[in-house]
Design a protein around this ligand. Structure first.
Ligand code: ARG
Length: 254
């Protein structure tokens, strides 16, 4: 009997420890208490998406999104540093949900299947299709019977799958690998317009007229971390009204 009681008490203690170990989202009274570590925002990012996020030759992450977050934190009422955690795009939502990172920043489109908080959108976007110049494909209708790629877990892949009459949709974990496969293993690749346009211009490819879907990009935050999300929204509102916003859009061509 004693043993059973002992076991029960131990189990209760374990449960309590698990509960206390959780970054106590509901008990936080300020946005900064909802961060994993005070004074630091850990950002999950997939740098395969220029001009929004990519790696320079020395391995630094750069892009519109990077400049955006660095600008947003200047509006905060407490000082923070940004730490980037490189994660495959398809795994960022889980990383946010499990608290591995504080926010996800990677050109995230609102998607009800992603069970996180979406910030106020900071830029508009939409899904566009890229083909080679000599493919003979000049419109979305011409994609019938073709193999169309998209990045795993993206709205671009969903849009590719939904194109009527295609032969097959193929997913790529890395967006750049998908682009590089156009004209060899796939006929076309779908992703956000700004990214498609930049790649097509630099690689003598064609972007088909018209978007498959119109979208907007947001930052994602773990459910429950409403104080953090609200604070980010305040910063986004201020940023969108600032001259810096236009300046950064011009700098990165988005
Ligand atoms: N906007 C698309 C989505 O949310 C694609 C984002 C891909 N981002 C990236 N860094 N690879 O699904």
């Amino acid at each position: 009997m004693k043993k059973i009681i002992c076991l029960f008490v131990t189990m209760l203690m374990c449960l309590c420890l698990v509960g206390c170990g959780n970054n106590s989202t509901s008990e936080a009274t300020t946005w900064s208490e909802q961060l994993k570590t005070k004074g630091k925002i850990v950002v999950g990012i997939s740098p395969d998406f220029p001009p929004f996020e990519s790696l320079t030759t020395d391995g630094t992450i750069e892009g519109f999104d990077v400049d955006v977050i660095n600008e947003l934190i200047t509006y905060l009422d407490e000082e923070v540093v940004i730490e980037f955690a490189q994660i495959e795009f398809d795994n960022i939502v889980t990383a946010v949900q499990t608290g591995q990172v504080d926010i996800g920043l990677s050109g995230f489109t609102y998607d009800p299947n992603r069970d996180v908080i979406f910030s106020t959108p900071y830029v508009e976007s939409g899904q566009a299709v890229m083909v080679t110049k000599n493919s003979g494909v000049t419109s979305i209708e011409d994609l019938k019977g073709k193999t169309v790629g998209g990045q795993t877990g993206t709205t671009g892949y969903e849009a590719a799958e939904a194109i009527e009459g295609i032969k097959e949709a193929v997913s790529f974990t890395d967006c750049m690998v998908g682009f590089a496969s156009v004209g060899s293993t796939i006929d076309a690749f779908v992703t956000d317009y700004g990214v498609v346009k930049k790649y097509a211009d630099a690689n003598d490819m064609t972007v088909l007229d018209g978007l498959l879907v119109s979208e907007e990009m947001s930052i994602i935050v773990k459910n429950g971390n409403n104080l953090l999300a609200d604070k980010l929204n305040e910063c986004i509102d201020q940023f969108l009204k600032s001259d810096k916003y236009e300046e950064l859009r011009i700098k990165w061509g988005v």
